[in-house]
Write a protein that binds this ligand. Structure first.
Ligand SMILES: [Cu+2]
Length: 121
Protein backbone atom coordinates (compact mmCIF):
# COMPACT_ATOMS: atom_id res chain seq x y z
CA UNK A 1 0.00 0.00 0.00
CA UNK A 2 2.69 2.46 1.02
CA UNK A 3 4.80 1.56 -1.98
CA UNK A 4 1.88 2.04 -4.33
CA UNK A 5 1.25 5.48 -2.91
CA UNK A 6 4.89 6.41 -3.25
CA UNK A 7 4.93 5.22 -6.84
CA UNK A 8 1.86 7.21 -7.72
CA UNK A 9 3.40 10.28 -6.10
CA UNK A 10 6.44 9.80 -8.32
CA UNK A 11 4.25 9.27 -11.35
CA UNK A 12 2.39 12.47 -10.54
CA UNK A 13 5.64 14.36 -10.18
CA UNK A 14 6.79 13.03 -13.53
CA UNK A 15 3.51 13.94 -15.18
CA UNK A 16 3.82 17.45 -13.82
CA UNK A 17 7.28 17.74 -15.28
CA UNK A 18 6.32 16.54 -18.72
CA UNK A 19 3.28 18.84 -18.80
CA UNK A 20 5.48 21.82 -17.98
CA UNK A 21 7.96 20.70 -20.60
CA UNK A 22 5.23 20.37 -23.21
CA UNK A 23 3.97 23.87 -22.49
CA UNK A 24 7.38 25.48 -22.61
CA UNK A 25 8.58 23.85 -25.77
CA UNK A 26 5.39 22.93 -27.60
CA UNK A 27 6.71 19.39 -27.62
CA UNK A 28 3.85 16.99 -27.16
CA UNK A 29 4.55 14.26 -24.66
CA UNK A 30 2.33 11.22 -24.34
CA UNK A 31 -0.48 9.87 -26.45
CA UNK A 32 -2.85 12.81 -26.64
CA UNK A 33 -1.19 15.02 -29.22
CA UNK A 34 -4.20 15.40 -31.46
CA UNK A 35 -6.38 16.52 -28.55
CA UNK A 36 -3.94 18.98 -27.15
CA UNK A 37 -5.96 22.11 -27.83
CA UNK A 38 -9.21 20.64 -26.54
CA UNK A 39 -7.49 19.32 -23.44
CA UNK A 40 -6.13 22.71 -22.53
CA UNK A 41 -9.53 24.33 -22.90
CA UNK A 42 -10.99 21.68 -20.58
CA UNK A 43 -8.26 22.16 -17.99
CA UNK A 44 -8.85 25.88 -17.70
CA UNK A 45 -12.61 25.36 -17.43
CA UNK A 46 -11.95 22.88 -14.62
CA UNK A 47 -9.87 25.26 -12.58
CA UNK A 48 -12.52 27.95 -12.93
CA UNK A 49 -15.26 25.57 -11.87
CA UNK A 50 -14.37 23.16 -9.08
CA UNK A 51 -16.65 20.25 -8.27
CA UNK A 52 -18.84 20.29 -5.17
CA UNK A 53 -18.67 17.52 -2.61
CA UNK A 54 -19.15 16.47 0.97
CA UNK A 55 -16.54 14.39 2.80
CA UNK A 56 -18.01 11.13 4.06
CA UNK A 57 -14.79 9.46 5.20
CA UNK A 58 -11.24 10.66 5.42
CA UNK A 59 -8.05 8.70 6.08
CA UNK A 60 -5.07 10.98 6.46
CA UNK A 61 -2.70 8.01 6.78
CA UNK A 62 -3.55 6.41 3.45
CA UNK A 63 -4.52 9.63 1.68
CA UNK A 64 -7.95 8.31 0.72
CA UNK A 65 -11.20 10.20 1.01
CA UNK A 66 -14.76 9.13 0.37
CA UNK A 67 -16.67 12.01 -1.17
CA UNK A 68 -20.32 12.39 -2.06
CA UNK A 69 -19.88 14.63 -5.07
CA UNK A 70 -21.92 16.50 -7.62
CA UNK A 71 -21.25 16.37 -11.33
CA UNK A 72 -17.53 16.69 -12.17
CA UNK A 73 -17.56 18.28 -15.61
CA UNK A 74 -13.80 18.14 -16.13
CA UNK A 75 -13.83 14.33 -16.14
CA UNK A 76 -17.47 13.91 -17.23
CA UNK A 77 -18.54 12.13 -14.05
CA UNK A 78 -22.12 12.16 -12.80
CA UNK A 79 -22.96 12.73 -9.12
CA UNK A 80 -22.09 9.79 -6.82
CA UNK A 81 -20.30 8.76 -3.65
CA UNK A 82 -16.83 7.33 -4.23
CA UNK A 83 -13.28 7.02 -2.93
CA UNK A 84 -10.53 9.26 -4.24
CA UNK A 85 -6.80 9.24 -3.65
CA UNK A 86 -5.15 12.61 -3.20
CA UNK A 87 -2.02 13.81 -4.94
CA UNK A 88 -0.64 15.11 -1.64
CA UNK A 89 -1.81 13.96 1.80
CA UNK A 90 -1.00 17.39 3.20
CA UNK A 91 -4.11 18.65 1.39
CA UNK A 92 -6.24 16.73 3.90
CA UNK A 93 -5.01 18.74 6.89
CA UNK A 94 -7.85 20.78 8.33
CA UNK A 95 -10.55 18.71 6.63
CA UNK A 96 -12.90 16.32 8.40
CA UNK A 97 -15.90 14.09 7.80
CA UNK A 98 -19.02 16.11 7.06
CA UNK A 99 -17.15 19.07 5.54
CA UNK A 100 -18.55 20.54 2.36
CA UNK A 101 -15.73 20.96 -0.13
CA UNK A 102 -14.79 22.21 -3.57
CA UNK A 103 -12.26 20.10 -5.39
CA UNK A 104 -10.51 19.32 -8.65
CA UNK A 105 -9.87 15.84 -10.00
CA UNK A 106 -7.39 14.42 -12.46
CA UNK A 107 -8.12 11.22 -14.36
CA UNK A 108 -5.39 8.69 -15.09
CA UNK A 109 -6.88 5.65 -16.79
CA UNK A 110 -9.53 4.38 -14.39
CA UNK A 111 -8.01 6.20 -11.40
CA UNK A 112 -9.24 9.56 -10.22
CA UNK A 113 -7.00 11.65 -8.02
CA UNK A 114 -7.92 14.81 -6.16
CA UNK A 115 -5.38 17.47 -7.09
CA UNK A 116 -6.88 20.33 -5.10
CA UNK A 117 -9.46 20.50 -2.33
CA UNK A 118 -10.75 23.25 -0.04
CA UNK A 119 -13.66 23.86 2.30
CA UNK A 120 -16.67 25.28 0.52
CA UNK A 121 -17.96 27.20 3.57
CU1 LIG B 1 -17.44 9.87 -8.88
Amino acid sequence: MKNTLKLSAIALALLGTSAAYANDHTVHVGGHEHNHGAKEAKASAASAEMADGEIRKINKNTGKITVKHGEIKSVEMPPMTMVFGVSDKAMLEGLKEGDKVKFNVKQEGSNYTVTEIKKAN
